[in-house]
Ligand binder design. Structure first.
Ligand code: NAD
Length: 253
């Protein structure tokens, strides 16, 4: 972890992370496990998910994994219910899953558009809807939604993705008002270009150099840098933070 901060209130707290098998989600799952939280995570990649759960459990963490495609709302609901039976009523939800698959504007079909919304936006609504009754019963909770700076920059070649990721901010703003009276805080975390395994594999020396030119801080943004922000927002340290967007991009936008 890139942070040494400890949050005692996260110890033994049931936490749900979507898309937790790889990349930023994986770092978030590991960071909560390191705080002693009871971490449940959902991913479409059963192999990676089971391997991560086994690795963390071997290190003494309380962790549970359920495989599901978050585009399938019913399957996602069943996965959440199964994890909640194992870990308890969720107090924290991190809506992290997403995919920035490239697409040409001219090639986008209605079916492709709908699929990108399902991958990058729709599950946030329905996973939250499934978890909120537990949070209400607990007397409060935290929801954290992953956006992206790509929509702020108007990045081309991913119009369905940028549209969905900008909507994550509108969703966050309204959800904070919807759920604030229940003691549930809702915030967005917006990464710049984060060096996950998948992003590193797609990086060219030219793209890496251009990113460094644009960043105020020189150096790579790592998944742990996002996990550090997520942990803080999930903790009682952020008890009066809601409806906001926290950007971790080394100073680009
Ligand atoms: N890495 C970056 O530079 C970056 C930048 C801006 C925003 N983000 C956002 O951060 C979040 C995490 O991104 P990442 O870079 O870690 O991605 P990643 O591809 O490394 O990991 C995403 C995880 O989500 C899972 N997933 C994808 N679609 C799913 C589905 N339909 N059902 C269940 N699981 C699914 C994948 O299997 C994977 O384990 C995403 O919302 C992404 O849009 C990332």
């Amino acid at each position: 972890m890139s942070t040494t901060a400890r949050y005692p209130d996260l110890n033994a707290k049931p936490v749900l992370v979507t898309g937790g098998a790889d990349g930023i989600g994986r770092a978030v799952v590991a960071a909560f496990a390191d705080q002693g939280a009871s971490v449940g995570f959902i991913d479409i990649d059963a192999g990676r998910g089971e391997a991560l759960a086994a690795e963390l459990a071997a290190a003494g963490a309380t962790v549970a994994f359920a495989a599901a495609d978050l585009r399938d709302i019913a399957a996602s609901g069943a996965a959440i219910a199964a994890l909640s039976v194992k870990l308890g009523a969720f107090a924290v939800l991190v809506n992290n899953a997403g995919h920035d698959e490239r697409h040409r504007f001219d090639d986008v079909t209605p079916a492709y558009w709908d699929d990108r919304m399902a991958v990058n936006l729709r599950h946030m609504m329905f996973v939250t809807q499934a978890v909120v009754p537990d949070m209400r019963a607990r007397g409060g909770g935290v929801v954290i939604n992953l956006s992206s700076t790509s929509w702020m920059q108007g990045s081309p070649g991913i119009i369905a993705y940028t549209t969905a990721k900008s909507a994550v901010i509108g969703f966050t703003r309204s959800l904070a008002r919807e759920l604030g009276p229940d003691g549930i805080r809702v915030n967005a975390v917006t990464p710049g270009w984060v060096m996950t395994e998948r992003q590193r594999a797609a990086a060219t020396p030219e793209r890496l150099a251009r990113a460094q030119e644009r960043q105020a801080l020189k150096g790579e943004i790592m998944p742990d840098d996002l996990a550090a922000m997520v942990l803080f927002l999930a903790s009682d340290g952020a008890r009066m933070c809601t409806g906001q967007n926290y950007i971790v991009d080394a100073g680009v936008v």
